[in-house]
Design a protein around this ligand. Structure first.
Ligand code: DXP
Ligand SMILES: NCC(=O)COP(=O)(O)O
Length: 246
């Protein structure tokens, strides 16, 4: 199965929210990304709506349904009742559950699968019953994978923030990459597919794609949006796809 690039629109929404104006258009930039070859769109609506707003979700859903029916919509977030109802209303192909506190500046850790399995399992069951593919945000730690699989989830999403932080320390990056690789191998052995995301760039993607050949999807927002300010979104999507060898 060819891996997929899902463009996260949070950073575009953050820029849009600076003024009470409708540009940059979240769906307009999403359309450019999909037309250039991205396989899907991702958002992480936060409770304070600091960037992606709840009102953006039906518009992104309609964009994919009407113009890019083969693309996927991935909604990320912490599974409060409000979030789960938002997901059930907007019907994404994939839901990625992330253990973020509302006050967090950004996502910075995965689930404690062993300690939170009783919390996660019924939520995963509800989402699976609703027909959603479920992915769980995961640190680079093979020890937690069996518990992750036992929740009934379909995938993990490897948190690649620590890997991305080694942008000028190749040795440190290689150690983190190996932890990611071992975690991915454990996940595949446990019957889970493997996504990845957070602070991925054109520079650090090639090594990740080589180390994890069974990677199913990367979701990228911050670094891709930064490049799009320089190269434009279509060219940036093409650069990221090329970096992945996809
Ligand atoms: C879960 C994750 O690592 C990202 O998908 C998340 O979208 C980052 O959230 P912010 O865009 O709010 O930093
Ligand atoms: N799940 C990761 C994501 O969607 C985007 O993360 P980032 O590229 O904005 O760090």
């Amino acid at each position: 199965m060819p891996a997929k690039l899902s463009v996260n629109l949070n950073a575009v929404a953050m820029l849009r929210n600076r003024r009470d104006l409708p540009w940059p258009s979240v769906t307009g930039i999403g359309r450019l990304a999909l037309a250039a070859g991205a396989h899907g769109l991702t958002v992480h609506p936060r409770p304070d709506e600091r960037h992606t707003r709840n009102a953006d979700l039906p518009e992104i859903r309609a964009l994919i349904d009407d113009e890019f029916p083969h693309a996927e919509f991935n909604i990320e977030g912490y599974p409060t009742e409000e979030f789960l109802r938002l997901v059930e209303k907007n019907q994404p192909e994939q839901v990625t559950l992330v253990p973020d506190d509302p006050a967090q500046a950004t996502s910075d850790h995965g689930w404690n699968f062993a300690g939170q399995s009783n919390f996660l399992t019924p939520i995963v069951k509800r989402l699976k019953k609703g027909g959603f593919r479920v992915s769980l945000f995961s640190d680079a730690d093979p020890a937690g994978i069996e518990a992750a699989a036992n929740t009934g989830a379909d995938r993990i999403e490897l948190y690649t923030g620590p890997y991305g932080s080694f942008h000028d320390d190749l040795a440190g990056g290689r150690k983190e990459l190996e932890r990611l690789g071992k975690t991915a191998e454990a996940a595949v052995s446990a019957g889970l597919a493997v996504n990845a995301g957070h602070d991925l760039t054109v520079a650090n993607l090639p090594a990740l794609a080589r180390r994890i050949p069974l990677l199913a999807e990367v979701s990228i927002g911050h670094g891709l949006t930064a490049d799009a300010l320089e190269y434009g979104m279509p060219e940036t999507v093409r650069r990221f796809l090329k970096a992945c060898g996809w």
